[in-house]
Design a protein around this ligand. Structure first.
Ligand code: ADP
Length: 390
């Protein structure tokens, strides 16, 4: 390669979406002086600071996305709910998009995501898709899908919204009317995730497996821990399933693969996200190359970086305290910042609400247990509330 993307006005990366994922991508880009441009509808989008330019506009609008991406050397996304036709148009004009618009279109739809797993022989929970909730009720009247089962909205769900574990007939009767995916309710021993990346030149990188612990009521990840507690044989199997999923999708870019380890000892792929993901934030301090740098590298045609685990790491989400809604104020900051080996990331959202993701922190340790207890203490020290003066 004769040119470099560093300090080079000829290389411009367009990022559709300007939330915290975009912000962390921009931070890595600034470190290497790679030009990044952000598109987001919100005037206080966290990713705008440090970006070469910020366009305030809708990522769902065809013309806005095409005009935004047209000037770029490459385009990537930080959320799935964008105008895919616009990304396809940019590809037709010769601009590489990571992940490809075809992949994004497929993954936006949960039933087609599951169909892809099934066709490729990738183990996943038993499922059936329905065009409407009425069709589901009819199937249930004929004896299919007895309680409990898992209902998922076909398109547009996020962070557990759009997923219901249906345990009672009353819950079944209250399901939303639209298209849905129904899954067998799996008995889960552990939820894990694996980040994988594929460069346009075909090389792949796979991260160490991490474990996810969920908040009992908020249906949100509370801790992400690396290394995994799975045996090395199972961890290898999870990594190989993640790579097979990447290959089945035939995509280039970053893919976060979430898996269930079931109580009867099987690994099942649950769902994937073709972008940086909350479950990969630990890589910023815990791995040789962060998920954000990895995405930059493949977008800018630089070799993929090492995914080696440098230190046991525990990531905790910093979410809005329950019952507070309004301009944000962080309590307990003095205590948290005095803790060793705790790295705080504040996303820069001006308003908090109950359980809103406002930041995260990663703690390192000599062992995973040490990292986890540090992360828990730090998470307990900080409280995201609204300022008394507001
Ligand atoms: P989202 O896209 O909202 O994150 P997920 O598919 O990851 O949705 O589901 C959210 C959570 O619901 C999972 O982390 C898991 O705890 C639970 N869940 C999802 N599918 C199943 C299933 N088939 N069986 C049991 N629990 C499930």
């Amino acid at each position: 390669m004769t040119t470099s993307p560093f300090s080079n006005p000829q290389f411009q990366l367009a990022v559709v979406g300007g939330g915290q994922l975009g912000k962390m991508l921009v931070a890595e880009a600034r470190r290497m002086d790679i030009s990044v441009h952000i598109l987001d509808p919100s005037a206080d989008a966290p990713a705008q600071f440090g970006a070469q330019s910020f366009t305030q506009g809708s990522f769902l609008d065809f013309d806005t996305v095409v005009a935004f991406g047209r000037q770029a050397s490459a385009v990537t996304i930080e959320l799935e709910a964008v105008n895919v036709d616009a990304l396809e148009q940019l590809e037709k004009e010769g601009i590489p998009v990571y992940p490809e618009s075809r992949v994004l279109r497929l993954l936006q739809n949960k039933p087609s995501q599951k169909d892809t797993f099934q066709k490729a022989g990738i183990p996943t929970s038993a499922y059936e898709s329905f065009p409407s909730v009425q069709a589901l009720h009819q199937a249930r009247e004929s004896g299919k899908w007895p309680l409990p089962f898992v209902w998922k909205i076909a398109m547009g769900g996020y962070d557990g919204f759009g997923v219901t574990i249906v345990k009672t007939e009353e819950q079944a009767q209250q399901l939303p009317v639209g298209p849905c995916l129904v899954e067998e309710c799996v008995s889960i021993a552990l939820e894990v995730a694996v980040q994988v990346a594929r460069h346009p030149n075909g090389t792949v990188a796979v991260y160490p497996v991490c474990d996810m612990e969920f908040h009992p009521t908020a249906n949100q990840v509370e801790f992400v821990l690396a290394p995994t507690v799975l045996s090395s044989a199972l961890a290898l199997e999870a990594q190989s399933l993640a790579l097979r999923t990447l290959e089945a999708l035939d995509m280039h870019g970053l893919l976060s693969v979430e898996l269930f380890y079931t109580t009867d000892g099987n690994l099942l792929v649950n769902e994937v996200a073709p972008r940086p993901h909350n479950s990969g934030h630990w890589t910023l301090e815990g791995a040789a190359t962060s998920q954000f740098e990895q995405l930059l590298r493949l977008c800018a045609d630089l070799p993929l970086g090492s995914t080696e685990l440098l230190h046991p790491a525990a990531m905790a989400n910093v979410v809005g305290a329950e019952g507070y809604s309004g301009p944000v104020f962080y309590e307990g900051v003095q205590e948290l910042m005095a803790m060793p080996l705790v790295y705080l990331h504040v996303y820069g959202k001006s308003h908090t609400r109950s359980f809103r993701k406002m930041g995260h922190l990663t703690a390192l340790g000599a062992t995973r247990a040490e990292a986890r207890s540090r992360a828990e203490a730090a998470r307990d020290a900080i409280r995201v509330v609204t300022s008394p003066k507001f």
